[in-house]
Ligand binder design. Structure first.
Ligand code: SF4
Length: 343
């Protein structure tokens, strides 16, 4: 049976206990406005109700428990314990202008086995529940951090977890996190059914497709999912997404030296993205410097400046819009592709 989120559970309990209807609002205001993380401290509730809540739900509102924290100047990585003695990680990025952005996990491990990815070496342990996904953010919120933007690029493939959509509901519910849809970004290796559902249900949420090679045979080698959902089919679904939503779609591309960073690769990326229709300017390529870890194969290295320059020159000459992502946190293994159980 699908687990129910704590917010649904609280509603059910309040109604079973014949509490007045304003109690739920009082509780969500305590959590989200006043940052109260323990039922005991919800002083606006009668003591007997607080005791009932603790009996039913435990003392803490947050279901994930921080067990380690690593911080550098702009990045903070928190390792959380979740049920079953598993670990997942979330990263907070702090930009100079005060903007705080988060990268959270949706699965414990991942079963898709992309060759360059540290999380992929663990295999899938399990999907996180909607509470476990959103509580990674609740933890930061309760500790006084503003939540400005969130990407689902931590451990796991977000669209492979059926609980993702309930988590999106919780994050965008005005009584709960109340985040604007455009502040959320889903990153996917190209799971078509999930992309189509996102287009239907959350058209304003940002979408990033991890391409990493424009050649199907090489992409299947790097990312076995390509055998199921090849590039052409995914790009067709992304065209539909853009046409229906009028929103940009980001194409993520990790640059691996001597593997996928040649000018021929850049030309083939451009080839895919040109001539698609009058919406094609809404495709935006994000080039990502590769981060190696202790568990990813030694054969992968980051591209050097001259290869990146050549790649970029080709994209520019073909009129492809792109940015090169600034890397934060590679010194503490908190950058993309590095999230791995380190404890
Ligand atoms: Fe899984 Fe994403 Fe890593 Fe691929 S890149 S193995 S989908 S976490």
């Amino acid at each position: 049976m699908k687990p129910t989120s704590k917010y649904t559970r609280i509603r059910q309990l309040l109604s079973e206990w014949k509490q007045p209807s304003y109690r739920y609002k009082q509780m969500t205001e305590a959590i989200f406005k006043h940052k109260v993380g323990e039922y005991e401290r919800m002083s606006m509730l009668p003591r007997s109700l607080r005791e009932e809540l603790i009996r039913a739900l435990g003392p803490q509102v947050c279901s994930v428990r921080p067990v380690a924290e690593l911080a550098s100047s702009q990045v903070c990585k928190v390792l959380f314990a979740v049920a079953g003695d598993e670990r997942v990680e979330a990263v907070r990025l702090h930009y100079e202008r005060g903007w705080k952005s988060y990268c959270i996990s949706t699965q414990c491990g991942c079963g898709f086995g992309c060759k360059f990815c540290a999380t992929g070496t663990i295999g899938l342990k399990r999907n996180l529940t909607a509470d476990e996904i959103t509580d990674q953010l609740l933890y930061f919120h309760l500790n006084g951090h503003s939540l400005d933007s969130v990407s689902f690029m931590g451990m796991g493939e977000a669209l492979a977890n059926p609980n993702l959509f309930e988590a999106l509901h919780i994050l965008t519910d005005p009584d709960l996190f109340g985040l604007g849809h455009r502040r959320l970004t889903i990153s996917t290796i190209g799971l078509l059914p999930g992309i189509e559902k996102l287009t239907r249900e959350y058209p304003q949420i940002n979408l990033t497709f991890s391409l990493h090679s424009p050649f199907d045979d090489q992409r299947s080698e790097l990312m076995p999912i390509n055998n199921r959902f090849p590039i052409r089919d995914v790009l067709d679904a992304l065209d539909r997404h853009i046409r229906q939503t009028g929103r940009k779609v980001y194409i993520a591309y990790i640059l691996l030296r001597g593997v996928n960073d040649s000018m021929e690769h850049a030309g083939a990326v451009a080839e895919w993205l040109r001539g698609r229709g009058d919406w094609e300017h809404l495709y935006h390529v994000t080039l990502i410097p590769y981060n190696s870890t202790d568990v990813t194969p030694d054969s992968y290295e980051a591209s050097d400046a001259s290869r990146i320059e050549g790649f970029v020159r080709v994209l520019k000459s073909r009129g492809i819009r792109f940015t090169i992502r600034t890397q934060f946190g590679s010194d503490i293994n908190a950058a993309c592709g590095q999230l791995y159980r380190t404890e």
